[in-house]
Write a protein that binds this ligand. Structure first.
Ligand SMILES: [Mg+2]
Length: 271
């Protein structure tokens, strides 16, 4: 159990704050109670730009966050590629949010791309796969994946569904080329490091709250963050902890339970 109170919160959203378009019970109250604590919303989902994420949180009933409080794997990917090559050329397979984020620091070029970026969301088809694998195999483009999730829960065509995640969508590129991608999202460190830099805190000062042991918790624990798993999303109450993964500091059924557990360890931390 961690012994010092954190000074900042990093929050996953899907399965922690909402399911689809509805807030999870207690999540709106929870966010009110941490309104004055430094916090940031972190998502492996590259589909929406931060403004759309802020819109969604507001529509669901949360206070609208500042845009700097929202960090997506698409932004992190753009940041990473710009750090590797200023004015990079890219070929992106993914949703509009990914194309938009990459276009802020790079330029699309299906002939001479430095990077083939594969993101979660719609976009993959036979032509884009063919173009991408030829760029990798014949032009030496680097293969980049926004996030490694195998699948995700989301609303699709009006019904709640399991959709292929970023890891599934990059898989055809891996099979076709034999090349392993550079992966950006959780549990890789980049997204967390950008979050810490924005918050101006060290890993030890952060509490990461998430619903997935393999991404949210594993990546944060590897950096030395405090971690809280809420069993309101992917990981169900009663499910056994995966033996290979680090245990979270707090393993709770809900955000309300996290507040109570904190009250015992750090009285008054939640206002
Ligand atoms: Mg989640």
């Amino acid at each position: 159990m961690a012994i010092t109170p954190p000074s900042a919160l990093i929050l996953d959203m899907d399965g922690v704050l909402y399911h689809g378009d509805s807030a999870i019970d207690g999540a709106i109250d929870f966010m009110r109670s941490v309104e004055n604590r430094p916090h940031l919303f972190l998502t492996n989902n590259p589909i929406k730009i931060p403004e759309q994420v802020a819109d969604k949180l507001e529509q669901i009933g949360f206070r609208r966050p500042a845009l700097e409080q929202v960090l997506t794997s698409a932004e992190a990917t753009a940041h990473y590629l710009a750090s590797k090559k200023s004015g990079f050329l890219f070929f992106a397979v993914g949703a509009e949010g990914l194309h938009q984020a990459l276009s802020e620091t790079g330029r699309p070029d299906a002939e001479d791309a430095d990077f083939v970026v594969v993101g979660e969301g719609p976009g993959l088809d036979f032509d884009s796969l063919t173009c991408g694998i030829n760029l990798v195999l014949k032009k030496g483009a680097k293969l980049v994946s926004t996030n490694p999730d195998n699948n995700v829960d989301a609303t699709h065509n009006g019904s709640h569904s399991v959709l292929p995640g970023g890891g599934a969508l990059v898989a055809p590129f891996i099979v076709s080329t034999g090349v392993q991608p550079i992966t950006i999202g959780k549990p890789q460190p980049l997204l967390y490091e950008m979050a810490m830099s924005r918050l101006g805190v060290t890993a030890e000062e952060c509490l990461m709250i998430g619903d997935r042991p393999d991404t949210d918790i594993a990546g944060a624990a590897a950096l030395g963050m405090q971690t809280a798993l809420v069993r309101t999303g992917r990981f169900a109450p009663g499910e056994d902890w995966p033996a290979a993964l680090p245990r979270p500091d707090w393993d709770v059924s809900s955000l309300g339970d996290l507040v109570q557990a904190f009250e015992r360890s750090f009285p008054g931390w939640f206002s």
